[in-house]
Write a protein that binds this ligand. Structure first.
Ligand code: DX5
Ligand code: ZN
Length: 221
């Protein structure tokens, strides 16, 4: 098994949208590894964020990997548009299974040249993602209920992070383990200790006076 590098993915949701290009430039200069882009449709979650147009705008500003997190009901319908807009990885929710065939959507992402990500809400049992693990490049463990930035981290989700690591080893898989929601220096450390290697953070980076210091301290503790 290859060692997974610790990566920090600032969530643009917490940026100042009045100065989006400047904010994106600042987190890149501050050492961001990926940019995390939260897409919300007002149906799957009770919030509406932005769509492929903003992803395309950000694509024009950077060559860093764009990590698109779809909190929408019809991920299958929109995957081609987000790939076209320049997404590198696309993560879909297992809960939306009633609205689309998750296995087929993961294939659609890979066939379109993207990295396939799967995620689950805090209330969703880990067993729901298990059948899909051989077909994902990224497993995102939500550490808050999705929809809004600025919520408190749920430490009980570390059990899922551990399970993700154990199964990766026992099945001989390579997916990255990402955490999203309430990530700050303390919860980043806890997540890394439990086996996560990709840290999504909105508030703790964009509300920090020094983005470089915020990113460095998430990565290095
Ligand atoms: C929550 C989103 C997160 C969110 C993280 O629905 O998926 O990516 O922006 O924000 P913070 O770091 O503020 O919890
Ligand atoms: Zn997210």
């Amino acid at each position: 098994m290859t060692a997974h590098r610790i990566l920090v993915a600032p969530s643009i949701l917490a940026a100042d949208f009045g100065h989006l290009a400047k904010e994106v430039g600042s987190v890149i200069a501050a050492g961001a590894d990926w940019l995390h882009l939260d897409i919300m449709d007002g149906q799957f979650v009770d919030n509406i964020s932005f769509g492929p147009g903003i992803v395309q705008l950000i694509r024009g500003l950077t060559t860093l990997p764009l990590d698109v997190h779809l909190m929408i009901e019809r991920a299958d319908h929109y995957v081609p548009r987000f790939l076209e807009a320049g997404a590198n990885s696309i993560t879909v929710h297992v809960e939306a299974e009633a609205k689309h065939d998750v296995a087929a959507t993961l294939r659609l992402i890979r066939e379109g040249g993207g990295r396939a990500g799967l995620t689950l809400n805090p209330a969703t049992p880990f067993a729901t993602v298990e059948p899909h693990l051989p077909n994902v490049d990224l497993l995102l463990i939500m550490t808050v209920h999705p929809g809004f930035g600025g919520q408190s981290f749920r430490p009980e989700m570390m059990e899922k992070v551990q399970r993700a690591g154990q199964l990766r080893d026992s099945l001989g898989l390579e997916y990255e383990i990402e955490v999203d929601g309430g990530i700050n220096v303390e919860t980043a450390r806890l997540s890394i200790e439990n086996g996560a290697n990709v840290l999504v953070a909105g508030t703790s980076i964009f509300k920090h006076a020094d983005y470089a210091e915020a990113i460095r301290s998430l990565r290095d503790g």
